[in-house]
Design a binder for this molecule. Structure first.
Ligand SMILES: *Cc1c(COP(=O)(O)O)cnc(C)c1O
Length: 392
């Protein structure tokens, strides 16, 4: 099933998917699986969406790549669209989330140097995940991801998540801070939802101290939480925002959006990418956004999220061993009292695709197009699996 010529970096499950349709994936024997993970918050419109397929084939028949040495109309169109949705000024396109965060980190550092701060520091949080490149793994708040790759990239100050006083403390003691980089809801860290006013208070601190507020919305963005971008729940605007995952429904693309003083920091020659924002990826992203708009996915993610979380809460009420069920929109975590990594394989046996983060939290990131019937099926299957596991 696997090749010894693939570098051994992933723990893969023993299943091979051949095709997909909506919220279902089909393996090589034709068995159907209900996908409650969407390729980790990527295929929000479901698998093999006809509009994405059409955009890809049309664009592939014209042009796949030209490089950023020339004008790319689809890139211009996509940047206009994203800036309109986010109320921000401009965009740099990359090929992945980690690369989008690299762009944000470079903006913050250059912004510091432009303001006579020679050793700029970016505040990051415990339990965060920002990617696997050297700078982004250094920003990540998980020792397992960093171990063995020292020396880490310097210039990050770490605070606990959801703790405003800790940020104020850093502000008092560290005059080199230039920015804060944070996920509105921590994804890999265990679907950690901060207090309602956390982002607003961070915005105020950033304004007070002239720091850039940089939001990693790679997982929370593109309607996952029931808003185009999770920070829109809080009526604030960041200076920098990174996107990737669901941006083109599975075609690799990342974006770093900037506003105000962050939008004019990078100048010609400061940053670049060969593939970034190529016609094919931009065509897929434009089709994704258009489809999300016509299908009113923002509203749908919001109402489906409420339905699913309430349904799960009522089905799992009174079950001992469940710490809580939390989330926003269709980004949902079910925390158990004990480690439950084995549930991923158990769910696979029952033809259900889920994920476990932070060892003890089941993470659900279903396609945003998921129907009521599919949510009911998901809840039935999952609560049976959880009850059986916790009864042991
Ligand atoms: C997935 C993720 C990343 C990394 O994205 P890649 O495309 O894997 O590089 C960064 N930040 C967050 C919050 C993510 O969920």
């Amino acid at each position: 099933m696997s090749s010894q010529h693939i570098m051994n970096t992933y723990g893969r499950l023993p299943v091979t998917f051949e095709r997909g349709e909506g919220c279902y994936l089909f393996d090589t024997t034709g068995q159907a699986y209900l996908d409650a993970l969407s390729g980790i918050a990527v295929c929000s419109l479901g698998h093999a969406h006809p509009a994405i397929q059409q955009a890809l084939t049309e664009q592939a028949g014209k042009l796949v790549h030209t490089s950023n040495l020339y004008q790319i109309p689809k890139q211009n169109e996509l940047s206009d669209k994203l800036c309109e949705l986010a109320g921000m000024e401009n965009v740099f396109f990359s090929n992945s989330g980690a690369e989008a965060n690299e762009c944000a980190i470079k903006i913050a550092r250059l912004y510091g140097h432009n303001n006579e701060i020679k050793e700029p520091v970016i505040i990051v949080t415990e339990g965060s995940f920002h990617g696997r490149t050297l700078a982004t793994l250094s920003a990540t708040g998980n020792r397992k991801i960093q171990a063995g790759f020292e020396p880490l990239v310097q210039g990050f100050a770490r605070v606990p998540f959801n703790d405003i006083d800790a940020i104020k403390n850093v502000a008092k003691n560290n005059k080199n801070v230039v920015a804060i980089l944070i996920e509105p809801i921590q994804g890999e860290g265990g679907v950690n939802v901060p207090a309602d006013d956390y982002l607003k208070q961070i915005r105020q601190l950033c304004d007070e101290h002239n720091w850039l507020m940089m939001l990693d919305e790679i997982q929370t963005g593109m309607n996952r939480t029931g808003q185009w971008f999770a920070h829109q729940h809080n009526n604030i605007k960041p200076d920098v925002m990174t996107l990737a995952k669901a941006l083109a429904n599975g075609v690799p693309i990342g974006a770093c959006l900037a506003n105000g003083k962050a939008a004019t920091t990078l100048q010609p020659g400061n940053h670049g990418s060969t593939f970034g924002g190529n016609p094919l990826a931009c065509a897929a992203a434009l089709a994704t956004i258009a489809m999300m708009q016509t299908q009113e996915i923002t509203k749908k993610a919001h109402s489906s999220g409420e339905y699913l979380i309430n349904h799960l809460r009522s089905m799992l009420a009174e079950v001992p061993g469940i710490v809580n069920i939390r989330g926003k929109g269709l980004m949902i975590g079910i925390e158990l009292e004990r480690d439950c990594t084995e549930l991923v394989a158990k769910a696979l046996d029952k033809n259900l695709l889920i994920n476990v983060t932070a060892q003890n939290t089941i993470r659900l990131l279903p396609p945003l197009i998921i129907s009521r019937a599919e949510m009911d099926l998901l809840s039935d299957k999952l609560s049976a699996i959880i009850k059986e596991f916790l009864a042991k």
